[in-house]
Design a protein around this ligand. Structure first.
Ligand code: FEO
Length: 172
C-alpha cells in the first residue's frame, strides 16, 4: 500500500507528464503551421512518449492501492519566436522534469518506500536520454542558424527518422 503523501507526490508527477504531453503537442502544431512537418512529427512522437510516462506513473499508483487524482493541466504556450526557441524550451522543460523526478525519489526515500524508489529508476535513466536528445536538437539548430536550406534538410531527415521508428516494431 502506497502512503498517502507518496501517492500525492506521484499525482503531481502525473500532472507534469501530462503537461509535457500538452507542451509537445503545442510545439507539434506550431511547427506544422510553419511548414516543418518533420519537426512536427518528432514533437508528436515525443508527446506520445509523455503520455506513456504519465500512464506508467498512473498504473503504479493504482497497483499500490493509491488514489489517482487528476488535476487540471496548465495550458502550454501556443507559439515560439523561432524553431530554436522551441527546442530550447523543450530542453529546459526536460531539465525541470529531471529535477522533479529527483525530488520524487527523495520523497520515496524519506518515506522508506523502496518499491517507489526502485520503480522511479526507469524515469531517472529515461531523463538522461530525454535531456540528451533535446540538447542535440538545440545544437543542430544553433549550427543551422538562419540557413533555410539546412533547416529544410534537418526537417526532412527528422521526418524520415520518425517514419522509420513508427514502422519498426518496438524491442520490448
Ligand atoms: Fe516524461 Fe520528457 O519527460
Amino acid at each position: 500500500m502506497i502512503q498517502a503523501g507518496v501517492a500525492e507526490a506521484f499525482n503531481g508527477q502525473i500532472n507534469k507528464e501530462f503537461y509535457s504531453y500538452y507542451l509537445y503537442l503545442a510545439m507539434a502544431t506550431h511547427l506544422q503551421g510553419r511548414g516543418l512537418k518533420g519537426l512536427s512529427a518528432l514533437m508528436r512522437q515525443k508527446a506520445a512518449e509523455e503520455q506513456t510516462h504519465a500512464m506508467k506513473l498512473f498504473d503504479f499508483v493504482e497497483a499500490r492501492g493509491g488514489a489517482v487524482v487528476l488535476a487540471a493541466i496548465d495550458a502550454p504556450p501556443a507559439t515560439w519566436d523561432s524553431v530554436l526557441a522551441a527546442a530550447e524550451a523543450a530542453y529546459d522543460h526536460e531539465c525541470f522534469i529531471s529535477r522533479s523526478i529527483d525530488d520524487l525519489v527523495a520523497v520515496c526515500r524519506a518515506a522508506n518506500d523502496n518499491a517507489g524508489e526502485t520503480f522511479l529508476q526507469w524515469f531517472v535513466t529515461e531523463q538522461v536520454e530525454e535531456e540528451e536528445t533535446a540538447q542535440e536538437l538545440v545544437d543542430q539548430l544553433r549550427l543551422i542558424g538562419d540557413n533555410g536550406a539546412a533547416l529544410y534538410m534537418l526537417d526532412r531527415d527528422l521526418g524520415a527518422g520518425v517514419a522509420t521508428a513508427a514502422a519498426t516494431p518496438a524491442a520490448t
